[in-house]
Ligand binder design. Structure first.
Ligand code: HPA
Length: 243
């Protein structure tokens, strides 16, 4: 049985109760918070709170290298990244869920690689940035749980913590992006550098800037609640059916 981990942000604190806690240190410093070994449908899964237990760590200040290295040290092989996104694609709406298959990285200044000049370099193959097999497993879980998901799509990673301007979203759209979020990079490439499978379960929580009718923060409140409920059902089904 492969060791799984879930990285999630706000809204998934329910995963963190009554669980065995592991304080891990790495060559790159401490991860965002204690790693908790939780049980999901009879499977032991590590849970890492991406923004820390108090949710005080903004996307650009996360120690991504420590987070991913800590999971590697715990022999994690498969990482489900739960993250929130704004939607750019037409006919998709807050409250829905997506399993993107591509990304474009617009983030900057983040420590984003373990190849720091101190050893041999490996130029990882990043043609398909997310693990296809893990994406497929998520899709099967969605079908089993009767949770509708958007399959595929391009996740644009912005720096944050502010949301985008409408013109920035227009540019992302011209570049071919369907979703915009702040954390899939460098998580995805660091996981690849360490040989761990990584896929995103993206919660669509708002229309991207300039694309919706209501103020973004009004969308966010409703979208997050609905998408979270769907994601929880999907995750439960994922581990229930894990062989
Ligand atoms: N932009 C960037 N990140 C996000 C958004 C957004 O609109 N919504 C949730 N995370």
């Amino acid at each position: 049985m492969k060791q799984f981990a879930i990285i999630a942000g706000s809204g998934f604190r329910s995963f963190a109760t009554n669980s065995e806690t592991r304080i891990i240190d790495t060559d790159f410093g401490k991860p965002s918070g204690p790693l908790r070994k939780i049980e999901l449908s009879g499977h032991a899964v590590y849970f890492l709170p991406r923004h820390g237990d108090d949710l005080f760590i903004p996307p650009h200040a996360i120690n991504y290298r420590a987070n991913m290295k800590a999971l590697k040290q715990l022999s994690v092989e498969q990482i489900i990244s739960i993250n929130t996104v704004g939607v750019i694609a037409e006919k998709q709406h807050p409250g829905q869920i997506a399993i993107p298959d591509q990304l474009i990285d617009y983030s900057w200044g983040r420590a984003h690689s373990y190849f720091d000049g101190s050893g041999k370099i490996d130029h990882i193959d990043f043609t398909h940035p997310f693990s296809e097999s893990l994406r497929n497993q998520l899709l099967v879980a969605a079908n089993n749980a009767d949770v509708a998901v958007h399959v595929g799509g391009v996740y644009a990673v912005t720096q944050g913590p502010r949301l985008e301007s409408a013109a920035e979203v227009d540019r992302l759209c011209r570049d071919g992006a369907d979703y915009v979020g702040m954390t899939a990079m460098p998580e995805a490439s660091l996981a690849r550098e360490l040989g761990m499978d990584y896929a995103c379960l993206s919660l669509i929580v708002n229309y991207a800037a300039g694309r919706g009718q209501a103020p973004i923060h009004e969308d966010l409140a409703v979208g997050t609640k609905k998408a979270k409920a769907r994601a929880l059902a999907l995750i439960e089904s994922f581990f229930l059916n894990l062989k």
